[in-house]
Design a protein around this ligand. Structure first.
Ligand code: SAH
Ligand code: SF4
Length: 377
């Protein structure tokens, strides 16, 4: 590199920020290449290099012209995440802590099963909603992840898998890690598009599932721009209880949420909603709650996923006993509802639902406020 003499008093040279192509979906890349005066077919080539072949150096992208490779190297980059910790559970579940910036890190969890490898991705550093049974919620919130940081979790885990078994790749993605994906709409949607793009990861719409606690206006927006699968964190069959467990319900009560969900699957004959229902001992797990749930779901094409509560330090809740979960599940199936009880995976490495905490530089000062309130009591 040529060195340029600088005066002692001059401000340090700041490198112009390069565009991270890892975070550009097909539409964004089309715009990027159009500005460079390049042909649209470059988009598929570059998507394939970055996401399918996991090549990060432009000089190695051999079907691009030499001139284009040089141009890209000067103005863009492919910056991928870096792991700061890697844990493996006795049941095969794996969890990585990925560094984002100096203060923050997020967790991404791989759940291997016989016929599929499911990746649970994070969409925010922490979460601004305060569901009372969720350790991510208790931790506070720092910021949204960028598209590159979201899709980077998939890129990274695919590379780890391929290192161990060349043909092995993530087959399903669920947005069930840290954060509320619909409160990071702008970055989550292009990330999901990349996951589905045939030249990037090629996952079908059935294999990419967004889980939301019920940000109703953004559910309508989502229906306009994508057809990925939807999971809804219900956890209670009536407003009184849901207001307490999932506080966003106070803003968007069940009537609104159910209407938005019906709208999401309208005109999609083979689609159904997955309802997540965490089993909390003595709170939402009675026979009466199960019957109320059946009435609430009515004729919506549904699958109910009963999740045994995963405890974390300081929580006020306990998981329902196994026979209670079974009795609850029987009521649902007798009413014709498909219900599955999620096996708890990875709890020995705190990789189970609601146990993901990453490293959140909390900007909501939630812990402090909580301590103050507890102290007053
Ligand atoms: N914010 C989104 C997605 C992340 S949470 C949402 O709430 O849907 C993923 C799932 O884990 C949600 O259904 C959530 O309610 C559930 N969950 C949170 N804490 C949990 C806990 N301690 N035990 C079991 N499930 C939990
Ligand atoms: Fe946020 Fe989902 Fe946890 Fe609620 S359950 S606090 S929405 S991550």
């Amino acid at each position: 590199m040529k060195s340029v003499p600088v005066e002692v008093t001059a401000a340090p040279a700041v490198e112009p920020e390069r565009v991270n192509l890892l975070g550009l979906d097909r539409r964004a890349l089309e715009g990027f290449f159009a500005e460079l005066g390049e042909k649209p077919f470059r988009v598929s080539q570059v998507l394939k290099w970055i996401h399918a072949r996991r090549v990060t150096r432009f000089e190695d992208m051999t079907d691009l012209s030499k001139a284009l490779r040089t141009k890209l190297a000067a103005m863009a980059e492919v910056r991928v995440p870096e792991a700061v910790a890697d844990q493996r559970s006795a049941d095969g579940t794996r969890k990585w802590l990925l560094r984002l910036d100096g203060a923050n890190a997020v967790e991404t969890v791989l759940i291997p099963e016989k016929t599929r490898d499911t990746l649970c991705v994070s969409s925010q550093v922490g979460c601004a909603l305060e569901c009372s049974f969720c350790s991510t919620g208790v931790q506070g919130f720092n910021r949204n992840l960028s598209t590159a940081e979201i899709v980077g979790q998939l890129w990274f885990v695919n590379r780890e898998l391929a290192r161990e078994q060349p043909e092995r790749q993530v087959t399903n993605v669920v947005f069930m890690g840290m954060g509320e994906p619909l409160l990071n709409f702008r970055n989550v949607v292009p990330a999901a598009e990349l996951m589905k793009d045939d030249h990037a990861y090629g996952l079908s719409k059935r294999r990419v599932t967004l889980s939301t606690s019920g940000v109703v206006p953004n559910l309508y927006k989502l229906a306009e721009v994508t057809d990925i699968s939807l999971a809804v964190s219900l956890h209670a069959p009536n407003d009184g209880l849901r207001d307490e467990l999932v506080p966003i319900n106070q803003r968007h009560p069940l009537r609104e949420l159910m209407a938005a969900c019906r709208h999401y699957i309208a005109d999609k004959p083979h689609r159904r909603i997955t309802w997540e229902y965490v089993m909390l001992d003595g709170v939402n797990d009675s026979d009466a709650h199960a019957h109320e749930l059946v009435r609430l779901l009515g004729d919506i094409p549904s699958k109910v996923n009963l999740i045994p509560f995963n405890p974390f330090p300081g929580t006020q809740y306990q998981c329902s006993p196994a026979d209670r979960i079974q009795a609850f599940s029987h009521i649902l199936s007798r009413a014709g509802l498909t219900s599955t009880t999620r096996k708890t995976r990875g709890d020995d490495i705190d990789g189970a639902c609601g146990q993901l905490v990453g490293k959140v530089a909390d900007r909501t000062r939630r812990q402090e406020k909580r301590t103050a309130v507890d102290g007053d009591a």
